[in-house]
Design a binder for this molecule. Structure first.
Ligand code: ADP
Length: 168
């Protein structure tokens, strides 16, 4: 498994699956969530609404999969990161769970390449360095089969890029 570090808008990076840092409602929002819905078109929101109708909102730490609409991908995996609240409310465990749940879903499908944004480090205010350490540890300890070949950490801001460059 190849791990790449990219600085890019995740909606422009071709991959079998693009991970979205969504919120529990799955109804879209700002940041990377907004960019994914804008670039992918309305079919993603329709699929999210159907999931919420069937099973309710997505809990923090969990993930669901939908079509990727017009994005250069087959799937979007929507995961709900924890909102940072000082660190004593299970934030680290929930963030780790986001990465693991996405990889669990990816390994159940025919997904060979996957791109992750820096979940929770925007509006949800998770400290970037700690979030990167959790993301990298979660990926490195995941029991990959032989299907997933490429994993991209896609940084959008300079600070995250510098942190990931140091850690990887
Ligand atoms: P959260 O609510 O989980 O914090 P945000 O979207 O606010 O989600 O931020 C998560 C990360 O996504 C931030 O590091 C932000 O810089 C990054 N980001 C924002 N837009 C994009 C994009 N188009 N592609 C990749 N990453 C993005």
């Amino acid at each position: 498994m190849q791990i790449n570090l990219l600085k890019a808008d995740i909606t422009t990076v071709p991959a079998d699956a693009i991970v979205n840092a969504a919120n529990s409602s799955l109804m879209g929002g700002g940041g990377v969530d907004g960019a994914i819905h804008r670039s992918g078109g309305p079919s993603i929101l329709e699929a999210c609404k159907e999931i919420v109708r069937r099973q309710g909102p997505c809990a923090p730490g969990d993930a669901v999969i939908t079509t990727a609409g017009d994005l250069p991908a087959n799937y979007v995996i929507h995961t709900v990161g924890p909102i940072w609240n000082g660190g004593g409310h299970g934030e680290a465990e929930l963030l780790e769970s986001c990465y693991r749940c996405c990889l669990d879903i990816a390994t159940e499908r025919d997904i060979r390449s996957i791109s992750f944004p820096n979940i929770s480090t925007g509006v949800y205010r998770f400290p970037k360095r700690e979030a990167a350490e959790i993301a990298i540890a979660a990926v490195r300890s995941f029991p990959f089969g032989d299907r997933l070949e490429t994993l991209n950490f896609v940084c959008f801001d300079d600070e995250n890029q510098a942190i990931y460059e140091k850690l990887i």
